[in-house]
Design a protein around this ligand. Structure first.
Ligand code: RAM
Length: 918
């Protein structure tokens, strides 16, 4: 019997408050039988669960649709109204025409779709007095650091101290009558907001309304607050933080980037059983004051003085006589959009592995894991005692906290006790990237019970797990996953700790495919890609950073190209053609903008904004190798053209596709003429040069073997070490594997001498480092000017682990998203066992192989409603399950052909085992 599970709408489980007119449905099939397939489906949509159950007055009945598709099925019923909640379920016919039961019902609810649905206004808070700063100076001056830079950091910090302001609170009391049926809050802010109702926090998400370019798009959130309300008097309370809106941003120390004054917009809608409605909105009747939050800044940290709390401020009956009136600004709702995907949430708690007392009252806490979030502190002591928490990723050689690499980011939280019992504190509007915490001024003995690491991120449900017989490799996988966890916070950030934390496009594109294996990042990237399109300049520039806060007209090769590469990657992983269509204008504008200035197929103009070269990164952070920037630029010019041709084809735009094919051919020729010699050498003769030429289809077919040989020789000359930077790294192992040198790929993977992935692991890394030489035994730390220990780019080797080592790959056309998988592992005896599990959008795919004496065993699992081309690695003459490859016959398996080192089969959904012996 086939069961239908995992119903999703716009990638979410029962989303509340969406503004997508024709949202899309997703489901998965569960079956214990081999070969289960869907031959048709029927979707029902109704206004209530009852109507759905009775199948009467349905809003939409798709009827029986003959289709195998179970993803991205768009709702096609009548337009839905603001606030409307609808219920849906689906049944399917299997391959034998058997009808399944209907799934459990699921729902989605529309947000506010019309501008005039908004009745609230912006509440602007009068600027409160400046907060006093009370820091203990800690910015150690160390030799080796550019003195001027330190001075600049100190200047920015001092300026912060001068200008930091307490976080305003706003409140409003209102009455709820009898017979309340349901209530929703629609809210957003310029700044960050924390909403409470009757003293209780609304929602479990953080840093709302999230980060978009607030000048172009501002998300609002929808919360179901029915259960928080009581008949009679109630109170709404909002605390406002600076956040991205006006807090300190980037190494430039920008402040008030989006605006000067924080503002809130709140609309509470009450619906009674008799059908009547009431609405409580932000207007001039709200009152404001400040309280315990002295300041809260994402980079600098937070200061909270519990003595200044205003108990009961967000509950009814509070005396607000001393509170001030807010001022009002009319609302233009044009920029408001519903939040897409979930907001930042707590995803884990970490207990310290070790707490050392450095001196009386000063402790050093080691969480054993470089993480992103904050600490929850429990403390008992006299009123007025201040506990200081400083955060860092590493320790200095004397065992004290290392913070210089945070640059301007002071990353310090201060909590001042109110006294009178145990107090529990967590910061509100800041986060840190750290493994170690220095706690100063703690009254009493600090133990594990008093301090806990709170890990936060934008929720992206894990979809991948990879386990091998090699402990170092397992740690690498762990580090890749934690690098992703720590940097998928609202936007794909480069790093989470120093004064940067920006949506660097180069990092995003190189890591995106790995990210899709590790976690369900569909909604996360879908949202961010609308920011990418927003960030495009009128002429066509895509920037290097999105949201764009540095230089909007400065698209560098391999950075700006994320605007094409990431949508394509999402298409591969999730099959999202609507996303491709949505981004299409942005992608073509970018490429045409380049073509216009570079008709000869060499990307020489429009490469770095002003042309000064400052934003032309080349193979960023490569090690002892300098790939010519022209090679990188032309390779990505070609790659973007090739991808755009594919994208056009997926979208059925054959004319465009042919045009971009031709463009690719032109760039390819230009590349070969300018950068490739007749004996297969790529200008610069670097690993990155070779792998880009090989992987992007730029190396003439006949020269591929010799080019691959040059690549391998370079690796060997370096004692089996890599030299790739951000641009080449993800392509290195795939290039070797595709060109017959999987052995070398494994050598690089498993190496632990410098430079290698293993080197950082041998020295205790728990996340991926920004630089191969972030720390070395010979030289210690790299310059603090740029040295993050949680930067995912080099973790992009994860893609190779899933796609090549384990061999879990999708067909691209006519469909992607593992509807038709290609299971083709590339094992190597240097690794005894590997098991990869990947929860694709169609369900679980498993590939697990092992070398056991003279047998190679491979187990696979394919989800219902999918098929795969399966490549069993077997040399000619080898027996598969005791039989010759050609004659192997089993239910669900069909022999297709013999390849040099593999027997190819078509396989239906199910579990299979292949034993290969000579
Ligand atoms: C660094 C960032 C990022 C990289 C750019 C070029 O400052 O951390 O990782 O993409 O530079």
């Amino acid at each position: 019997m086939t069961r239908i599970v995992a119903l999703r709408c716009e990638y979410a489980q029962n989303p509340l408050g969406i503004d997508c007119e024709y949202p899309r449905f997703y489901w998965r099939l569960e079956s214990s039988q081999r070969g289960t397939r869907q031959s048709a489906y029927q979707i029902l949509v109704a206004s209530s669960p009852e109507a759905l159950a009775e199948r009467t007055s349905l809003l939409w009945d798709s009827g029986k649709v003959h289709s195998e598709h179970s993803t991205h099925i768009a709702y096609a019923g009548p337009s839905l109204q603001s606030r409307q909640r609808v219920w849906w379920q689906v049944r399917i016919w299997d391959e034998q025409g058997q009808i399944s039961d209907y799934s459990e019902p699921a729902w989605w609810e529309m947000g506010l779709l019309q501008r005039d649905d908004w009745r609230g206004q912006w509440m602007v808070v009068p600027e409160p007095e400046q907060a006093a700063a009370h820091f203990s100076p800690h910015l150690a001056q160390q030799s080796g650091v550019l003195a001027e830079e330190i001075e600049r950091w100190q200047y920015i910090q001092a300026e912060f101290d001068e200008k930091a302001r307490p976080c305003p609170m706003v409140r409003k009391e209102f009455r709820v009558g009898a017979g309340l049926k349901q209530a929703r809050v629609y809210a957003t802010a310029r700044g960050l907001y924390l909403l409470s109702l009757n003293g209780q926090r609304v929602g479990d998400d953080y840093f709302r309304p999230g980060w978009t370019d607030y000048h172009q798009r501002l998300q609002y959130q929808t919360y179901d607050v029915t259960s928080l309300l009581v008949p009679g008097e109630n109170a709404l309370g909002v605390i406002l933080g600076d956040g991205w809106y006006r807090g300190v941003m980037s190494w430039l120390g920008q402040r008030n980037f989006y605006g000067q004054a924080v503002q809130a917009l709140v609309q509470l809608e009450l619906e009674y059983s008799d059908g009547s409605r009431e609405v409580v909105v932000s207007d001039e009747s709200w009152k404001t004051a400040t309280g315990a939050l002295q300041y809260s800044d994402m980079l600098m940290g937070e200061a909270y003085d519990a003595r200044l709390e205003q108990p009961g401020w967000n509950q009814a009956g509070f005396d607000e006589a001393h509170w001030q009136a807010v001022t009002i600004q009319p609302l233009d709702a044009t920029l408001l959009v519903a939040q897409y995907g979930p907001g930042v949430q707590k995803v884990a708690e970490l207990t310290p592995q070790q707490i050392r007392e450095l001196q009386p009252g000063t402790y050093l806490v080691d969480l054993g894991q470089n993480m992103v979030g904050w600490m929850r502190l429990r403390v008992t002591g006299p009123a007025g005692t201040t506990v200081q928490l400083r955060f860092g990723e590493m320790l200095q050689s004397d065992g004290t906290l290392y913070t210089e690499n945070l640059r301007t980011a002071r990353a310090t939280d201060l909590y001042t006790l109110k006294g009178g019992g145990e107090e529990v504190y967590e910061p509100h509007f800041t986060f840190h990237g750290f493994r170690y915490v220095e706690v100063t001024g703690y009254p009493g003995q600090l133990t594990n019970e008093h301090i806990t690491g709170i890990v936060v991120q934008t929720p992206t449900p894990p979809t991948g797990s990879l386990l091998s017989s090699n402990a170092m490799l397992n740690q690498l996988v762990h580090n890749i996953e934690w690098g992703q966890r720590g940097n998928f916070l609202e936007v794909p950030t480069d790093c989470p700790q120093r004064d940067e934390r920006l949506g660097w496009m180069g990092d995003a594109q190189i890591f995106a495919r790995t990210a899709t294996y590790n976690a369900d990042v569909a909604a996360f990237f879908t949202r961010w890609l609308s920011d990418v399109a927003d960030a495009q300049s009128p002429e066509g520039w895509l920037p290097n950073i999105v949201p764009s806060i540095i230089d909007p007209k400065a698209g560098a090769p391999a950075w700006a190209d994320a605007g094409i590469i990431v949508p394509w990657t999402l298409y591969l992983a999730y099959g999202d053609t609507r996303l491709l269509a949505r981004q299409y204008t942005s992608m073509t504008r970018w490429l045409e903008f380049l073509v216009e200035a570079n008709p000869d197929g060499r990307w020489r103009k429009r490469r770095n904004g002003g042309g000064e070269g400052q934003w032309d990164f080349g193979d960023w952070l490569s090690i002892e190798a300098e790939t010519p920037k022209d090679v990188v630029a032309d390779a990505f010019f070609a790659h973007s053209a090739a991808l755009l041709a594919k994208i056009a084809r997926v979208l059925g735009r054959e004319d465009d596709a042919m045009r971009y094919d031709k463009l690719f051919a032109r760039i390819q020729t230009a590349f070969q003429t300018s950068h490739i010699t007749s004996d297969g050498r790529v200008a610069g003769e670097t690993q990155t040069g070779y792998v880009l030429a090989l992987r992007f289809g730029l190396m003439p077919e006949a020269l591929r073997p010799i080019a691959a040989q040059h690549l391998v020789e370079d690796i060997q000359r370096r004692g089996g070490h890599l030299s790739t930077g951000f641009v080449g790294v993800a392509h290195l192992l795939p290039a070797l594997t595709e060109n017959g040198r999987v052995d070398v790929a494994y050598q690089l993977l498993l190496k632990d001498t410098f430079p290698s992935w293993g080197y950082s692991i041998r020295h205790g890394a728990t996340t991926i480092w920004e630089r191969w030489d972030g720390w070395t035994a010979e030289k210690g730390f790299q310059t603090p000017l740029m040295n993050s220990f949680n930067h995912y780019s080099f973790g992009s080797v994860g893609e190779w682990l899933y796609r090549y080592a384990a061999g879990i790959e999708t067909q691209e056309m006519p469909e992607a998203a593992f509807k038709q998988s290609i299971l083709r592992p590339f094992p190597d005896p240097s690794l005894q066992r590997l098991r990869a599990v990947y929860d694709s959008i169609h369900g679980r795919i498993v590939s697990a192989w092992a070398y056991e004496e003279s047998t190679f065993t491979w187990q696979i699992e394919l989800p219902p409603n999918t098929t795969a081309a399966v490549y069993v690695p077997a040399a000619p003459g080898a027996l598969i399950n005791g039989q010759e490859a050609q004659v192997l016959r089993e239910e669900g398996i069909t022999f297709v052909r013999r390849e040099e080192n593999a027997a190819v089969y078509t396989v239906q959904a199910g579990h299979y085992q292949f034993m290969v012996s000579m």
